[in-house]
Design a protein around this ligand. Structure first.
Ligand code: SF4
Ligand code: F3S
Length: 106
């Protein structure tokens, strides 16, 4: 499966959802997640993210491991997003900032 990681938080560019053939992205207030039971590993979303926040589970950096559980859990709680929308205000400013995980709104 593919996994959305920390750098999506407070950016939420949403370019990823337009290319997903199975609509497996789910939207929260300031973050998106992938439903691991729906993702077919097509790889299309990974290069689309301007924040480079999407990784294959196999390439997930060690410090982003907690996002496996976060994607699995929150995809069950949040609604599907299937069309691109405007990024969050200040997305450019937050892109690349460290330690955003505590800012994730559920
Ligand atoms: Fe969707 Fe493909 Fe990305 Fe999985 S890898 S989330 S199926 S676009
Ligand atoms: Fe997030 Fe990147 Fe998609 S910032 S919403 S994973 S395009």
């Amino acid at each position: 499966t593919f996994v959305v990681t920390e750098n999506c938080i407070k950016c939420k560019y949403t370019d990823c959802v337009d290319v997903c053939p199975v609509d497996c992205f789910h939207e929260g207030p300031n973050f998106l997640v992938i439903d691991p039971d729906e993702c077919i590993d097509c790889t299309l979303c990974e290069p689309e993210c301007p924040a480079e926040a999407i990784f294959s589970e196999d390439d997930l950096p060690d410090e982003q491991m907690e996002f496996l559980q976060i994607n699995a859990e929150l995809s069950q709680a949040w609604p599907v997003l299937s069309e691109k929308k405007d990024p969050l205000e200040d997305a450019e400013e937050w892109d690349g900032k460290p330690n955003k995980t505590p800012l994730l709104e559920r």
